[in-house]
Design a protein around this ligand. Sequence first.
Ligand code: ATP
Length: 238
Amino acid sequence: MLDVRQLTTQLGDQDFHWEFKLAAGDLMAIVGASGLGKSTLLNVLCGLLPATAGEVRWQGRDVLDQPLHRRPFGILFQSHNLFEHLSVEVNLALGIHPSGRLHEADRERVLTAARRFDIANLLDRTPDRLSGGQQQRAALARVFLQRKPVLLLDEPFSSLDPALRQEGLNWVRDMQAEQGSTVLLVTHHLDEMLPVTDQVLLGLTSEQWLSLSTDEFERQRAQGAFQSLLGIDTDASY
Ligand SMILES: Nc1ncnc2c1ncn2[C@@H]1O[C@H](COP(=O)(O)OP(=O)(O)OP(=O)(O)O)[C@@H](O)[C@H]1O
């Protein structure tokens, strides 16, 4: 269980406040208007931004006092996940060891992950010679190798076309199935996500977030709720 209690931070003169629980192995979509703090939440969880108050418990243990590398989170951004001057192979190796230098057994793991994400023929290339979809697959493969139990995905497929977005989502689903990953995913394409989403975290303001099961969210939306909040976010025409 990921248990976020009265988690608070401040950026400039804007206050943020989040509170929700997410069962281990579940997928939560994070939605809401631009600027409410969806990315900020992920950044505070993984330690890229400091919390000013509150608790984040994973499997009962508070993680906010832990250094970044010990936290249970693997993070994936919309772009710039890979080191541009390093080969895909070394980028993946960094998921296993911070130096990127590997023993033979680790090398085998990198190759297995590369095959898994269908990029085994691209290991020698630098990221600038990969398509957008291939770059995100390589970045996912690195997160896969990190074996972190909770994945924080910040619009990881937004820059891709709908078919590749669906493919990216399928890779995430596979990771969930194979590693039991718990997933928090910021999206502007909620309707694409809902079939695989267990829970929705909907920003009303930066200090007020609604946490609903997907069934409850759909029930309330069918009755006309959330329209002004979601606006074009749920529009299927992109
Ligand atoms: N490091 C920072 N320092 C100061 N302000 C920041 C920082 N990061 C984000 N902000 C501000 O915090 C607010 C929330 O930003 P955030 O990126 O979390 O929003 P978001 O909900 O993810 O928006 P979007 O959907 O546009 O990506 C914005 O007003 C943004 O300008």
